[in-house]
Design a protein around this ligand. Structure first.
Ligand SMILES: [Zn+2]
Length: 94
């Protein structure tokens, strides 16, 4: 996937990805073994989604127009993804 520079370096997107990847790291380090890839990715997507929810309240309206639209886009993509691993996993993990 090719991402434009503004998208890939956005703190909103980076925060989402870091929260997602930190959940993978936590599962690995704690010895938790998910039953399937769907469960592991779903839980990680839920964590990334939770980060987005926290971020919107911590910003207190201090957003650029681009950041707000990007936040809406990422959140929407997580919620409606048709991917059986990420999308279905997220919905089951909530
Ligand atoms: Zn993942």
């Amino acid at each position: 996937m090719v991402l434009c520079q503004e998208f890939s370096f956005s703190l909103v997107y980076q925060g989402f990805l870091i929260a997602h990847e930190m959940m993978h790291a936590w599962m690995n380090l704690s010895g938790y073994e998910p039953k399937s890839e769907e469960v592991e990715e779903g839980i990680s997507q839920v964590m990334g989604h939770m980060w987005l929810e926290c971020e919107v309240s911590s910003r207190n309206g201090r957003w650029s127009h681009f950041e707000r639209k990007l936040w809406e886009f990422i959140k929407f993509q997580v919620e409606v993804s048709h991917c059986p691993i990420y999308g279905d996993g997220f919905r089951k993990g909530q």
